[in-house]
Design a protein. Structure first.
Length: 253
């Protein structure tokens, strides 16, 4: 047991913790890409890649909780993903149900609060109920906030916010001159949360694919050729270390 404890201290202490001059991003966002290609490279159905990707998500969530990340948002299913073959879409829906059912036990001891960001339209009543249950069960947890973006699209989110603001103007709750960036942010799915500082996309693709397009306007982008099912804690820490090398000017000098 003593050797195990020493190894744990070494793993988090020497290999992964940051120097005194480095810091953890307050909010990390991840586009979990490459599940299908991971499966195809192994002669497996694409659904096998999605299932392996879910296992990777559990590991990364636990690791983020352990090292002290406050917010983690992951892109699980986009509004555009409905165009995929029905068999794959159905499998992804079932996989989310399984994940939500097991989330409490899988993340037990990590005090994770779970939110699901996105439109509930087109989701089955069973899935809506499972989402509601896990959000309610974890609502009082004080550790890592895990946002699962499901049936989510950045443009759709902004359109939804605009509609809410227009309705408020129509109802006389606000005036047109009251509309500003802060008000728009309050109408997004991420209302009350800090914007992501670091957006990670594995798999070799270099675009944000309609993910948090308002919130990520000044995020640092980090790309990797590693497919999501092969993404490890060491890759996350490398992204954090690279983030610390960036000089963030926010439009200044």
């Amino acid at each position: 047991m003593e050797e195990l404890i020493l190894f744990r201290i070494d793993w988090f202490g020497k290999n992964n913790l940051l120097s005194k001059k480095e810091r953890l991003p307050g909010h990390i966002a991840i586009i979990m890409d490459g599940n299908g290609r991971w499966a195809q490279k192994r002669g497996l159905p694409r659904t096998a890649g999605h299932r392996e990707g879910a296992r990777t998500l559990n590991r990364i969530v636990k690791y983020c909780s352990t090292i002290g990340i406050k917010y983690l948002t992951v892109y699980a299913f986009s509004t555009e993903n409905w165009s995929r073959p029905k068999s794959e879409v159905d499998a992804l829906m079932e996989l989310l149900k399984e994940y939500l059912d097991k989330a409490d036990k899988e993340l037990e001891g990590h005090d994770v609060k779970i939110n699901v960001l996105g439109s509930s339209e087109r989701l089955s009543e069973d899935l809506k109920k499972k989402i509601s249950n896990v959000v309610e069960k974890t609502a009082n947890n004080k550790g890592l906030v895990l946002n699962v973006a499901f049936n989510y699209g950045g443009r759709d989110e902004i359109v939804n916010a605009v509609r809410k603001i227009a309705q408020d103007v129509k109802n006389g709750n606000i005036k047109i001159q009251d509309i500003n960036e802060s008000l728009v942010s309050k109408k997004l799915y991420t209302a009350g949360m800090p914007d992501p500082e670091l957006v990670i996309r594995p798999s070799g693709e270099k675009r944000i694919s309609n993910f948090l397009i308002w919130q990520s306007s000044y995020a640092e982008l980090w790309y990797s050729n590693v497919l999501w099912p092969d993404f490890k804690e060491k890759h996350l820490m490398q992204a954090i270390k690279d983030f610390n090398k960036r000089h963030r000017r926010f439009g200044g000098i």
